[in-house]
Design a protein around this ligand. Structure first.
Ligand code: HGY
Ligand code: MN
Ligand code: MN
Length: 413
């Protein structure tokens, strides 16, 4: 079949329009779940879905679905991604997967041929865990019935607002989350920016994702003793920040010595009491570490624990470690990978088999239904930053490959 290629100008306009919701003063996007910017973005997505002829529905998590009926009411081919962003994020992470799904379906509707089974594009309410740490993949978990009752009041943002109250403010009633559960999804395909630079370095237009890396978040609390910054001799101090600093660089050295695709990041650190003239008594930091095999993730954890406890011992400090989050790696469905590869051949683009260092909703959904991911390049690999960029041409190629993939999954099968 010859599908009309998606127009780059169309993609550029959609990205620009959606990027306005939560746009900040320096070109980044702040669109935390259930914020006013999030609500307006979901309204824009709903209008855009309706505008291309999809029937729109919303569930009580705040996920927005655009549906194209099939000749049979068989199980649904689902595509989409997340609409929320990290703090000061970019305009493509998550958003491009939603917009590409809409643009792909617009192209498929234009064929005038109804699919043999229903197709839906979903704008998932929350993936990042950026407003409610621990809420990650909230939208996809609601669809799978994996949100625990205790999360509704247990998950709180920096101001202490519960996720349930924040949702009610924006519309959804999380008390009715049970209604979100769907058992009519046959497969899921997510288009996403690579957020790394392998496609750019290889000059490949599309990445066919093989494995999504597993991750853990380990919180380290270092306890020393507060003292007067001026009157306390250096040899008499138990300085929690000096210890934490040594631990952070020991973690960096440990992960670099492992090489390969292992990564570890300390992006969050708090010093208490936090005054210039008080020797820090307590420091808390979180280590985000990842690899594509569970065995490597676990080995990394052992390295990090060993590094922290040896520094603590050497400095007479206490170190308390707690795993905040653990998501195992996921190898994506073989048939879905083949279908995506066949679509890239039909469209005529260059491809590269890649793993994903970033986590995605596909990592959750893919444990329940066959799932595949399509990557488009990120300029210089930049993401989770206002510098995030994918050209209109690259966006259009991605949406065209997604359209061909959906054609094979819902029209041809
Ligand atoms: O952290 C991640 O990999 C994703 O962006 N939530
Ligand atoms: Mn992200
Ligand atoms: Mn993402």
């Amino acid at each position: 079949v010859e599908l009309d290629p998606v127009d780059p100008g169309r993609m550029a306009l959609l990205v620009e329009q959606l990027g306005r919701f939560g746009a900040n003063a320096h070109g980044g996007v702040d669109r935390p779940v259930y914020s006013p910017a999030w609500r307006d973005a979901q309204d824009f997505v709903a209008e855009t879905m309706a505008g291309v002829g999809l029937s729109v529905s919303r569930d009580q998590a705040g996920n927005v679905f655009g549906r194209l009926e099939g000749r049979s009411s068989d199980s649904v081919v689902l595509t989409g991604s997340h609409i929320d962003s990290v703090v000061d994020g970019g305009r493509y992470d998550g958003a491009l997967g939603v917009l590409s799904g809409v643009a792909a379906l617009e192209t498929l509707v234009a064929t005038g041929v109804a699919p043999s089974r229903p197709v839906e594009v979903v704008s998932l309410c929350e993936e990042e865990g950026s407003r409610f740490p621990g809420a990650s993949y909230f939208g996809s978990r609601a669809i799978l019935g994996l949100v625990g009752e205790e999360e509704l009041t247990g998950l709180r943002d920096a101001d202490g607002v519960t996720i349930e109250d924040a949702a009610r403010e924006a519309g959804p009633d999380l008390r009715r989350l049970g209604e979100c559960r769907r058992s009519d999804i046959s497969c899921f395909v997510e288009l996403h920016i690579e957020q790394g630079r392998r496609l750019q370095d290889a000059g490949a237009q599309i990445g066919v994702v093989q494995t999504i890396a597993g991750l853990k978040w380990l919180r380290v609390v270092v306890r020393g003793r507060t003292d007067h910054a001026g009157a306390t001799r250096m040899e008499h101090r138990s300085d929690a920040l000096q210890g934490a600093a040594e631990m952070v660089s020991a973690v960096d050295a440990a992960v670099r010595s492992r090489g390969g695709v292992s990564v570890a990041t300390v992006g969050q650190l708090r010093v208490l009491p936090g005054a210039p003239n008080i020797v820090p008594g307590q420091v808390e930091f979180v280590v985000d570490f990842r690899d594509t095999t569970q065995q490597s993730v676990d080995a990394l954890e052992a390295d990090i624990r060993a590094a922290c406890s040896s520094v603590a011992e050497g400095r007479g400090l206490e170190a308390e470690l707690e795993v905040l989050r653990a998501t195992p790696p996921l190898e994506l469905d073989q048939r879905m990978r083949q279908t995506i590869s066949a679509a890239t051949a039909a469209v005529g683009v260059t491809t590269l088999d890649v793993d994903s260092g970033a986590g995605h909703d596909s990592q959750t959904i893919g444990r329940h239904v066959p799932t595949g991911m399509i990557f488009v390049p990120s300029r210089d690999g930049r993401s989770h930053s206002p510098a995030e960029y994918t050209s209109p041409q690259e966006c259009a190629v991605g949406a065209s490959v997604l359209a061909m993939t959906l054609w094979q999954l819902a029209w041809e099968d």
